[in-house]
Design a protein around this ligand. Sequence first.
Ligand code: SF4
Length: 68
Amino acid sequence: MPSGKPAGMRCIQLDNENRCMLFGKPERPAFCGSLQPSIAMCGDESLENPREYAIAWLTQLEAATKPA
Ligand code: SF4
């Protein structure tokens, strides 16, 4: 995705188990590497489904930063 991943679109670099196929490789976008986990994004250990929480948070972030 040379122009970046459009908001709301699944990244083509995700494998079938939702792992980044570029993780640890130099071609992984710098932005991806700069995104650091936080409690705001990932929730805390009290959550029953932290993945669902994180996906909802990221979906909101994508909607809020989507170009007009
Ligand atoms: S970390 Fe970046 S390149 Fe990897 S799957 Fe996520 S959006 Fe795609």
